[in-house]
Design a protein around this ligand. Sequence first.
Ligand code: PMP
Length: 316
Amino acid sequence: MTLLDFRLIDSSTIPLDGLTSHVGNTPLLPLRKLSLGLSPRVKVFFKAEWFNPGGSVKDRPALNIIQNALINGDLGNGKRLLDSTSGNMGISYATFGAALGIPVTLAIPASASPERLTLLRALGAEVILTDPSEGSDGAIMVARQLATERPDLYWYANQYSNPANWQAHYLSTGPEILAQTNGQVTHFIAGLGTSGTLMGTGKYLRDHLPNVQIISMQPDAPFHGLEGLKHMPTAIKPGIYDESLADRNLGIRTEDTHAMTLRLAREEGLFVGISSGAAAVAALQVASQLDEGVVVTVFPDAGYKYLSDRSLWESK
Ligand code: PMP
């Protein structure tokens, strides 16, 4: 299926209260000191996604995937939600699974940071560790195998191919950015993991502002330190990813990203995760080439889950 074939599923029939009612509607904040060298008519903003209850942008697709599965009768009768994840999606599934009484099983590379694994176990998820040398693709293979072997036990959420992933952003992130910029956004930039953020937000903005520039960003090399992001040419291509949506793509270097992540903490008071550093590198690169414009990107999570990478945070 292509993006255009999808129909949005109306999930408003599942009542949202408590924790789940606080997903989305995150602040849109400006980069201040880091944008001082830009043209005065250029503004750079980011969606502060760590304000979500599960601590990341992945609350949006996780909740939408669960809502759609409940509507379709895929979950219930003790069936376990199964997926592969590099961390944040698992934390969101585990958070809402605990809140809504849905058991959760996650295939996750054994190399995931200890903070993430402990957090998942604290939230009651069953964690299946996969070969670290195979990265997130290894976790995908294990989840696929479990889903095939035990369809009676597992419902495979498959965030990489589930349209409810990008639709969550079409329904929330996109409309929020349009409203929060009063329709003034000229450039939207997002990193590629499953690609849900870029696909859903990008498609919504394109549908409402035909001249908006949609820019994807990903690591510049297969072996990289940008947790949460994929080097698409060498990864299993997500089913929801349509590379023709973006007007252009930027390859981002790990060293630039680590330096930027530290600058965000020290110069802006923004203690954010590594993919937020990559988003800032990309957004500032795009903004530096403009005379005028409103550049918007997404900062997917905060820095807490990456604290064990001490060399990143403690450098002079
Ligand atoms: N940054 C982080 C920290 C993430 O966990 C993810 C999701 N893997 C992304 C960025 C990319 O988001 P998406 O899956 O919507 O492309």
